[in-house]
Design a protein around this ligand. Sequence first.
Ligand code: NAD
Length: 408
Amino acid sequence: MGATGALAGAALFTAEAAAQQSKPGSENTVTLPPIDAATEPPLTTPGPFLPPNKRVGFAVVGLGNLSLDQILPAFGKSDYCKVTALVSGDRGKALKIAAQYGIAESNLIDYAGYETLKNMPGVDVIYIVLPNSMHREFVVRGAKIGKHILCEKPMATSARDCEDMIAACKQANVKLMIAYRQQYEPMNRTLGKAVADGKLGKVHSIVASNSQNVGDPTQWRLNRKLAGGGCMPDVGIYCLNAARFLTNEEPEEVLAVTVQPKDDPRFKEVESRCEVIARFPSGMTATFTSAYDVHRSNFLRLEGDTAWGEMSPGFGYHGSKLHFSRLEDGKDVEMTPSIEEKDQFALEMDHMATCVLQNVQPHTPGEEGLQDQRLIEAIYKSAASGRGVKVSQPNGPTRGPALPPMKA
Ligand code: NAD
């Protein structure tokens, strides 16, 4: 399954394109007779799955923490994907992992041999899971050999690189998706729908934090050239992206403060903390903090004039909790919807696979990563100058077609 078939540029972001997204393999759906009363929520069965020979094949590039802890295990929970190749600088490690996932030895390559993915059977998508500054090179090289690309966040370390990556994928007529896993996650989607349906009234304020305590001072995350910054592009980006996609608004100005302690060997090159206030055209503000020197903490609250919705924890791989509070007859009513947790990486990869199978633009294309990067650059500019920095609205939509409705 190669990168065939062009989408007409203007049609990329339309609702019609979204409507094409029926579930792959849905002809094999099995419906069992209900066993509960009609008043009970319906039982759902997983799938329909695609059989192995019809699944979209992924080459995973970079075998570090995220690949080993989350991405590779998620293939076992995916409906449409399989892992068919590994790209690593450490053949010994790749062999051990390949043995666990049943990947042929002939499909293990190093970075210099990356272009051999072009003719490797069963590789449709390349998933880039490398340090941030390497994303550009491997996306561009991947596009040139005609493969669809799923690229980890942050998309790159400069807006210029993001633009080059978008251009390379357009030129090669391959899909480019940025792995914003939270946009595919059911609690985030429920919260976004509540905002869109006016369930919070008018959202005036967003408050969020995504912070952790990093160790080893020699890791690439603390190297400016490889990471592009400190906590902001790594973990603060979740708060920034959430403020954007949950409200469907784009910041027009940011004001930021960064902290880089002089006496801590971890922060010789990058900030340990970043505080941001973003102002949106409607007057809404988002205030968020990210840190590399505090105990893990992550939450998000959207405050509307009649209700608030909160995810706490909010940005982890597992265990997010969604909570609403609203005024009813002068009293606070609290509500915690019962939403089954899903593997965010399986959902995200299945979305990419669906886009390939149905030739649809991803919901989080390169333009979404570019806009975050433009804002991150404005955030650093503001921190350096001590002044608010204006950011122009994007030229067009940054997100692709709306996702199909979630399963009941
Ligand atoms: P990691 O350090 O654990 O793994 C990076 C891999 O890249 C390693 O296998 C390393 O050997 C390889 N590598 C190749 N060239 C390298 C070089 N010059 N320097 C350092 N490593 C090199 O990092 P990770 O946590 O797996 O992060 C990888 C990417 O995934 C990053 O872009 C990160 O932002 C992103 N990420 C996303 C999430 C998420 O929730 N979506 C979570 C963690 C990381």
